[in-house]
Every structure is written in structure tokens, then in C-alpha cells.
Design a protein around this ligand. Structure first.
Ligand code: SF4
Ligand code: SF4
Length: 317
């Protein structure tokens, strides 16, 4: 695993030779168990056609190594399946409260629950359980303001590593309580987390393709724990959908994106899938500019409280 991370520092195509391959290998380790496979409209796992690491000076690459190792360690841990068949499929309010409390103690900010559809799973991958607890981990505001910068990139890697720690610890905790659980860290997940997050009702898509939540705008990374719990409190309606109309009037990320990668109008792709950004354009700039993140920095939800924006936009509510 460590060798693969070191190779990642040199390879032009980071995705193909590193995270995606590791994901595939780790996915094999759970494949012997009963998995729910991807669907006919599943998207391919994101591939980096350019590698941000090769554009960094050696000293900066070395500065990121410990964080990359942590990310890969958490990804590897997440592939360890349960040793026993889960005893329970139904949860009490008290037990769910304990899980939420644990998640918050570990650093989760927004938390929601959803069913996972097969098309949510990346092409060729599988998961153990059909439900998910989705959560966000906040990214440091000061470092976001410096985007694009090395400090911002480092902070993002650190946040990713934290999503892995939270997902793995929560998984262990849930297994001890007798439930089925499988960690889905922020980096190298097997499903499209923003889609799960929106369905879980923790926020809604902004035009930059990221989930905007009341707690942290789009200044967060998402992760999940897949579970067999059948009576999770799923939401019937997403109360944040007004953001779509707000985005249509705003368009700031579209104007500020240095690569002109954000579509004026989101594009429908395979099945019900929607593309908000042209990935190829984004990655070309992203790779050479410390992971960019300008769209997060410039979004009004990163500067003004969600409720203040909502009140100004929907004054009657
Ligand atoms: S990360 Fe940068 S290049 Fe990519 S969509 Fe956001 S602003 Fe544009
Ligand atoms: S910058 Fe404006 S258009 Fe873009 S996601 Fe944020 S609110 Fe929506």
C-alpha cells in the first residue's frame, strides 16, 4: 500500500494508478460476502486524468505524505468486513441517539439517513448493506479563504483523513451494538456521496456540484457508514431544494471558476445522473493549482449564514 502511495507522487494519471486501483482491491476483500452491486446507470469511479502531486515541488510532496498515508490506511481499514453476522436490523431511538452522539463527538457536523440505490454505487463496485448514515466533516474556513494554495490542499487531505477515522470508528461502534456496518471514507468511497447526502436531506446540490448544508455551506467533506438498519428515520422531502432556484440567480461559482468548468445549466447524463461540472476542464486546473477549491471559497454560503440567505431569498417563510 505504501509503495502505491509513493508511486502516486510520480504518476501522471493519479486515479488509474492509485486510489481507484486500491479501491478495487479493497472492494475484492468484501466481495466474498453478500454485496449489493452497482446498477445499469452507475457512473465510473472518479478518475484523475492529471495528478496534483506531480506538480508539487519535492518538499511539498513530502509534506503531504503523512496525510496520504493516513488516507490510505483508513481506506484499507474500511475494507475489513464484519466477523459475525449482524444480530439486529432494527434500532431503538435511544440507540440511534447514541450513534449520533458518537458521530458528533468524533467530529461529524451534518448527519442524515438514506436508502442506497444500486445506481448510486460506482460501476463495478459493491457495498454490504442497503442503507447509509451520511455525515459531513467541516473544512477549516481560514484555509479555504487561501484557496488555491498548498495550505488549502493540505487541510483538505487532513479533512479527508478525518472522514476515514470517523467512518471507521463509527463502524466499529455500530458493529459492537449488533448492527451491520461498513465504513465509506471520504476519499475513495464506493458510492456517489453527494447524491446520498441530498437524499438523506442534509443539504441540496449547488451549481458547483457540491452539497450545501445549513451548518457549513459547501465547506465540508462527506463520508458514510453503510448499514443494515431498516428503520432509520428517512426523510420524505428535502427542505433545502430552494437552493436550486437560488443558484440560478446567483451563478457566482460559474463566473469565478478559473477553468470555466461549471456548466451554466446542469447536464443530465446516464439515467437520472446530473453533471454540474466538466470534470476534464476542472481537473486540468485543479491538478496544477493545489486542488483549486475556488468554487467553495466563492460560494455565498461560505460567507453568509444559510438561514440569513434563505430569509432574504424566501422572505415569506
Ligand atoms: S475546483 Fe476550481 S476548476 Fe474545479 S469547478 Fe471548482 S472552481 Fe472550477
Ligand atoms: S456560488 Fe452561487 S450558484 Fe454557485 S453553488 Fe454557490 S450559491 Fe449556487
Amino acid at each position: 500500500m505504501y509503495l502505491k502511495v509513493l508511486r502516486m507522487l510520480k504518476k501522471k494519471n493519479a486515479g488509474k494508478h492509485s486510489v481507484t486501483i486500491l479501491m478495487g482491491q479493497f472492494n475484492e476483500t468484501i466481495a466474498g460476502k453478500e454485496t449489493i452491486k452497482s446498477g445499469i446507470n452507475s457512473r465510473p469511479a472518479g478518475e484523475f486524468t492529471d495528478n496534483p502531486m506531480i506538480h508539487l515541488r519535492l518538499i511539498k510532496k513530502l509534506g503531504l505524505l503523512p496525510l496520504m498515508f493516513s488516507n490510505m490506511r483508513e481506506l484499507k481499514k474500511s475494507s475489513v468486513g464484519p466477523h459475525t453476522v449482524p444480530a439486529k436490523t432494527n434500532i431503538s431511538t435511544e440507540e440511534l441517539g447514541k450513534i449520533e452522539q458518537k458521530a458528533r463527538e468524533l467530529g461529524a457536523v451534518s448527519i442524515g439517513y438514506t436508502k442506497v440505490e444500486r445506481d448510486d454505487i460506482f460501476e463495478g463496485f459493491g457495498i454490504l448493506y442497503p442503507y447509509a448514515i451520511v455525515f459531513s466533516i467541516e473544512m477549516n474556513e481560514e484555509q479555504i479563504q487561501k484557496a488555491p494554495s498548498y495550505d488549502t490542499l493540505k487541510m483538505i487531505q487532513k479533512t479527508y483523513a478525518q472522514t476515514g477515522v470517523v467512518a471507521n470508528e463509527l463502524t466499529n461502534y455500530m458493529r459492537k451494538l449488533g448492527f451491520g456496518a461498513q465504513a465509506g471514507p471520504g476519499l475513495g468511497g464506493y458510492a456517489v456521496y453527494p447524491v446520498l447526502a441530498e437524499r438523506a436531506g442534509i443539504g441540496a446540490f449547488g451549481h458547483h456540484g457540491l452539497i450545501i448544508t445549513p451548518e457549513t455551506g459547501s465547506r465540508h467533506r462527506l463520508a458514510v457508514v453503510y448499514t443494515n438498519i431498516e428503520n432509520l428515520p428517512l426523510v420524505k422531502e428535502n427542505k433545502h431544494k430552494w437552493i436550486e432556484s437560488f443558484c440560478e440567480k446567483c451563478g457566482k461559482c460559474i463566473k469565478k471558476c478559473p477553468a470555466k468548468a461549471i456548466y451554466e445549466t446542469p447536464v443530465k447524463t446516464k439515467g437520472e445522473n446530473i453533471a454540474y461540472i466538466d470534470n476534464k476542464r476542472c481537473i486540468q486546473y485543479f491538478a496544477k493549482n493545489y486542488g483549486c477549491t475556488v468554487c467553495v471559497k466563492e460560494c455565498p454560503f461560505n460567507k453568509t449564514n444559510y438561514n440569513v440567505i434563505k430569509k432574504g431569498f424566501l422572505p415569506e417563510r
